[in-house]
Design a protein around this ligand. Sequence first.
Ligand SMILES: *Cc1c(COP(=O)(O)O)cnc(C)c1O
Length: 362
Amino acid sequence: MSRVYNFSAGPAALPEPVLRKAAAEMLDWCGSGQSVMEMSHRGPDYMSIHAQAQQDLRDLLNIPDSYKILFLQGGGTTQFEMVPINLLRGKGKADYVITGEWSKRAAQEARAFCQVNVVADSANAKGQHTFVPKQSDWKLKKDAAYVHVCTNETLGGVEYHWTPDTGKVPLVADMSSHILSKQIDVSKYGLIYAGAQKNIGPAGLVLVIVREDLIGHAVPTPPPMFNYKVHADHDSMLNTPPTYSIYMAGLVFQWLKQQGGVAEMEKRNIQKANLLYDALDRLPFYSTKVNKGDRSRMNVPFTLPDARLDEAFLAGAKERGMVQLKGHRLIGGMRASIYNAMPLSGVETLVAYLNEFAQKNG
Ligand SMILES: *Cc1c(COP(=O)(O)O)cnc(C)c1O
């Protein structure tokens, strides 16, 4: 068996030790004689997996007791709707900061529920997003129900390296593609959500971390499956939760703890990102668009001097065991996603290839 270096933006690579553990436990989880997939979600075995995953996430991100952790379904996209449904709390407006395709989508979905104030939008004349607007340029409204940001734009590779301060107005962040990649102060946020398939586990599962006082005030009362309060009251077991995905996420949380936690991942992610950006900056053959101070450590888009070289670049990468480097169709070029599960050796292999390809074709 030989595993590739998978640079996919999502579903993305998982840590190999996690996959090995899941494989070893596939037929018989801890002497239960069953796969986790086959277990009743109300039984003690699954309940222990569920509780452990929650506790480990709480430990990893130092989530205060005043925050609920929800394991929901429907991916990050469902949260584009659940956030306004639950957090408007009778207010008719919400603030959105647009830094790329995902925050744009979130704002678009929210328009079905409220007046969306775009308080800042980094789009240039071509519609490209290459930076995070400074907070001093945001036109925040005091009566907004919340301020929504996407702290890592997976498509464009734009990341916040600072935490907005929205005062009394709750800050809501889509952290789908960089949660657990660096230390954060959860208490600065009213709500954080993250689809699992980028940096946590299998697709479908979405994590919501929400300050308790913000839930239970939705007007009108949402249907139960769209109501954070109901999910919180049922400990994410209103209906059958995505049990296997939660188990896999739990294994990733345990792996993160064994590696030294989020602080250690942050160190490694800085090292990997620096290595890759240094190569892209050093070799004039490649171009990057994002402002240096706002570059994502997780998603690194770059282009070759001529798009006609793209196919050859990708084919050569594949020969060297590197896959999924093609950029998103909206952005073009290449994109290397280097989440927690991407080892340093993967980035080193890519950098060696970047050198080689530029030399041959430059
Ligand atoms: C992938 C992604 C989403 C959407 O996730 P789905 O699980 O496909 O709904 C939302 N926001 C960000 C930042 C993402 O990277």
